[in-house]
Design a binder for this molecule. Structure first.
Ligand SMILES: [Zn+2]
Length: 470
């Protein structure tokens, strides 16, 4: 099977002009421009010899009988969404029967999201949901679980149920992490919550991480919590991006500078492969103390920590949760990190990345749905608490966000790929998860999206299997 078109890897680097996938679903090779042209020429010759049948097949689209070649404007790895509550009519906090979970996952997969975390919300007892989601993680259909609450701010609870929000309870958190069997990769905690630092330590101990947010805290408490978490994370083996990029050590600084001067595409000072963020921000800007010029608060702290490579920031880039101009500003600002002597661009890891925060409504028509027991409605392409203007999670799939921002033309395609592949993979530590391809490596199962010129997905391949095409 051939997919022809400009190929970008998950870091946004151009690596070829086509992809050949073998019968086992693994990458046979990346094609050069000449090889891609040869495939096209070979196909044309075959069609010529087959006469009218072949011309008819062409009229119905290439490969109507045996699809062996698909042409795309551009080909990228499958997208990765690490904050997602559901889709296709089902939300993980509410609908956790096996078939409901599977439908929600499939909705995102068919839309181009080949790997995702399942997000819960604040619940009195999330154990049944955690236990239902773990088998999907173990089968490779989910890359992890995200607990959004309940140790968050009642004042900034967004669309969550304030009655179950509470102070950190170490015993119950430990019981959830045990039940999660290593799959609880991240948990939204308010930095000002009572016991927040203890929660961060426990999460890191169990292979997860804190995601700061849903917070009414100020800048000082946020800054202190980020710094304390960095210290704890270092003890758990976390390596800051500045070190990976070649800065921060005597020898490394020189190597980084040399590599940057050597310049050229493909010159990589260091590698973040297999590494992950120590902490993340849950939907930067949404559900946190607002930014003002006299009190820039947590938003400014998060942006500066991300700029220095100490935190990775989610942005809901659906066009509703954050003004698109601001999404572009912050993604652009955090695409080039301040890592001392080294250049973050060479690592290909951005400081901000896209999430959907989608709920049952993703992939569904306007109407009424539930989230964490609360009634919500989709109208005009966004999702609100019923009868209010409070946004209640998203209704997009990640590919919609790529199309939106590609169409606006300010962010480059490489930036958009970093924001939806390398960024979330690094933030979530999902390098080895099924459904994840960052670099197209021969012999590895392929996860890709083939896009048309409007940046709508033409075909989606997950673990070597084409799961949708138009
Ligand atoms: Zn959420």
């Amino acid at each position: 099977m051939f997919y022809l078109g400009r190929v970008l890897n998950g870091y946004g680097r151009e690596v070829g002009y086509g992809i050949e996938i073998d019968d086992a679903g693994t990458l046979a090779r990346l094609l050069t421009a000449e090889e891609a042209a040869a495939v096209t020429a070979g196909l044309a010759a075959e069609r010529e010899s087959r006469g009218i049948e072949a011309r008819a097949a062409e009229a119905f689209g290439l490969g109507a009988d045996s699809p062996r070649v698909r042409r795309a404007h551009v080909i990228t790895p499958g997208l990765v969404d690490i904050h997602c509550h559901g889709g296709g009519g089902f939300a993980f906090p509410d609908n956790y029967a096996e078939e409901e979970i599977a439908t929600a996952i499939r909705t995102h997969q068919r839309g181009g999201t080949t790997a995702m975390f399942a997000s819960l919300v604040s619940l009195a007892n999330p154990l049944p949901q955690i236990e239902a989601l773990v088998p999907f993680c173990e089968r490779g259909e989910l890359a992890g679980i995200h607990l959004e609450g309940p140790y968050i701010s009642r004042e900034k609870c967004g669309a969550q149920n304030p009655e179950v929000i509470r102070a950190v309870d170490e015993a119950e958190l430990r019981s959830w992490l045990e039940a999660g069997r290593g799959w609880i990769k991240t948990m939204t905690v308010a930095p000002e919550a009572e016991g927040a630092q203890r929660a961060a330590e426990l999460l890191l101990e169990y292979g997860g991480k804190p995601s700061w947010g849903h917070s009414h805290g100020d800048g000082a408490v946020t800054r202190a919590e980020i710094a304390r978490t960095l210290e704890v994370a270092r003890r758990h083996g976390y390596t800051p991006l500045a070190v990976l990029a070649g800065a921060g050590t005597g020898a490394g600084s020189g190597a980084g500078a040399d590599a940057r001067q050597a310049g050229g595409a493909g010159t990589v000072a260091g590698s973040a492969v297999g590494q992950e963020a120590a902490q993340t921000v849950t939907h930067l800007f949404n559900a946190m103390t607002a930014f003002t010029h006299r009190a820039p608060g947590p938003i400014r702290e998060y942006i500066q920590a991300a700029r220095r490579g100490f935190i990775s920031a989610e942005v809901i880039a659906d066009g509703y949760h954050v003004h698109p101009d601001l999404v572009e500003d912050v993604v652009d600002y955090l695409d080039e990190l301040d890592l001392g002597a080294a250049s973050a661009a060479e690592l290909g890891i951005p400081g901000a990345f896209f999430v959907t925060d989608s709920l049952a409504a993703a992939g569904m028509p306007p109407g009424k749905y539930t989230l964490g027991g609360l009634a919500v409605e989709v109208r005009d392409g966004a999702c609100y608490l019923e009868g209010t203007d409070t946004l209640a999670g998203g209704a997009s799939v990640l590919a919609d966000q790529v199309a939106l921002f590609a169409g606006r033309g300010k962010l480059t395609l490489p930036q958009l790929v970093r924001a939806t592949v390398a960024g979330p993979v690094y933030a979530g530590g999902a390098w080895d998860a099924p459904g994840v391809t960052v670099d197209f490596t021969p012999g590895k199962p392929v996860n890709l999206v083939a896009w048309n010129e409007a940046m709508a997905p033409l075909a989606v391949v997950r673990e070597g299997v084409e799961i949708s095409h138009s």
